[in-house]
Design a binder for this molecule. Structure first.
Ligand code: GLC
Length: 435
């Protein structure tokens, strides 16, 4: 024990000496008093930073913080739990950042936020830090990285990438359905078998996840909501066909009767409790479904692309990044944590313990990462990531998302026909984006 303490104190001394060197070389000062806090002065005063993010049901966040603190003894990180619903989490940050609060230093950002947050001046551009520390941006999946760019600057770094997929029970499904019609037939057949209340589970609550489900159905039938040039193209036969299929599935007897209250959380629970042979979810579903302590179906899980429509398979692009609060009083320490979390060590921990798909490409060659998530290695997964479809890229994304959510919900509840919903969406979206 004594030996161990001595060894640890030698390590600590070395780490302190090294970090003293690095903090004196790389002052995080932005030239306006930012970053002038104690962590840059080299006097090794302890700094506490707050990292805010959605509830993490895995041990990944705690493990990342622990590994960071061990390698940065002068920085402690407190995790502030935020709502896991993307829209609610967004609103919580907006309230704080609008009031120029410095209570959080680093925070999670959904891929659809950076343009808005950059424009509102909530986040610090990271370009100077990236340059100072020679971060090689080529190491990232460029699609994930591009979501962090706005007006020629980088406002966040990607933590992990998401793409919508279908998970299924290998003990019930021998031939994976390739099209939505095949899925519907199979779901009907399997519902009721061995205590399975449902045939398929998806996210149909009125919230951000509904937009990603809608984007997938629409793209599978060749439609779009807003095109690459920012034009509203939602009222097209292809989009209507995709939405009709979505409504058919969401109002069928084989999904939960209360599917319009389902987010990823309820979907995960239904699947791991053995209530459905199929679920639409993000990559982390694999690791929770195979967690023997929590899941009743561990070892019987398969993953496949979501069923195809007339235009092929489609996955929505999602994922989370980390950014620095512009009003943080500890910007240099915040950067150190962000750099660690979005770097190879942090992403490796998150992939192994959180089941999240890394944005650092070399981690797909890492044995431990692949052992924890064998399907990451398969060509199909990489293809799904590469061809994933983005949600509309606009600075007023929240407004656009609300319009999509309301109208898709009305189509599902029957308050409007799919055609009416597409027409209303067109009108409202045109007013919101001006095209
Ligand atoms: C996942 C995705 C995110 C998306 C959200 C919707 O967290 O990573 O991009 O907005 O789901 O619920």
């Amino acid at each position: 024990m004594v030996k161990k303490v001595k060894f640890l104190s030698i390590i600590l001394a070395v780490v302190l000496a090294l970090s003293a060197c690095s903090s004196s070389n790389s002052s995080g000062s932005e030239g306006n008093g930012e970053g002038a806090s104690t962590e840059n002065s080299g006097d090794q005063k302890k700094v506490k930073i707050v990292y805010a993010g959605g509830k993490d049901v895995t041990s990944a966040t705690a493990k990342t913080i622990k590994a960071f603190e061990e390698s940065h003894p002068n920085i402690t990180v407190e995790f502030r739990e935020m709502p896991s619903d993307s829209g609610k989490q967004h609103d919580a940050y907006v309230t704080q950042l609008n009031a120029k609060s410095s209570k959080i230093d680093v925070f999670e950002m959904d891929v659809v936020w950076p343009a808005e947050f950059a424009q509102a001046g909530y986040t610090l551009p990271l370009d100077r830090f990236i340059k100072q520390d020679n971060i090689n941006l080529d190491r990232y999946n460029q699609g994930a990285l591009s979501a962090a760019k706005f007006n020629g600057k980088i406002w966040a770094l990607p933590k992990f990438i998401d793409a919508g997929m279908m998970f299924y029970r290998t003990d019930f499904v021998k031939e994976v359905p390739q099209t939505w019609d095949q899925l519907i037939a199979k779901a009907k057949k399997l519902q009721g078998k061995k205590g399975m209340d449902y045939g398929y589970v998806m996210q149909a609550k009125q919230y951000e996840g509904l937009v990603t489900n809608a984007v997938e159905f629409i793209a599978a039938y060749g439609g779009q909501i807003i095109d690459e040039n920012g034009n509203v193209v939602v009222n097209s036969p292809d989009t209507i066909q995709g939405l009709k299929k979505m409504v058919q599935v969401a109002t069928s007897d084989f999904v939960p009767g209360n599917v319009t209250t389902f987010t990823e959380i309820e979907s995960n629970i239904a699947f791991i409790e053995g209530e459905s042979p199929f679920v639409r979810n993000w990559p982390y579903q694999w690791s929770t479904a195979n967690n023997k302590e929590k899941s009743e179906i561990a070892g019987n899980v398969g993953v496949a692309p979501l069923p195809a429509g007339d235009a092929g398979h489609a996955a929505a692009l999602g994922g989370w990044m980390a950014g620095i609060n512009k009003y943080s009083e500890h910007k240099k320490a915040a950067w150190e944590f962000l750099k660690f979390m979005t770097g190879p060590k942090g992403q490796k921990i998150d992939a192994i313990y959180g089941g999240h798909a890394p944005t650092i490409l070399s981690l797909y060659e890492d044995e431990e990462v692949i052992k924890a998530n064998p399907y990451f290695k398969k060509g199909g997964f990489q293809k799904a990531l590469e061809s994933a479809v983005s949600r509309p890229v606009v600075p007023n994304y929240q407004e656009v998302s609300q319009i999509i959510q309301t109208n898709v919900s009305e189509a599902i509840s029957g308050a409007a026909t799919v055609k009416e919903a597409a027409k209303n969406m067109e009108k409202e979206l045109k007013a919101a984006v001006g095209k």
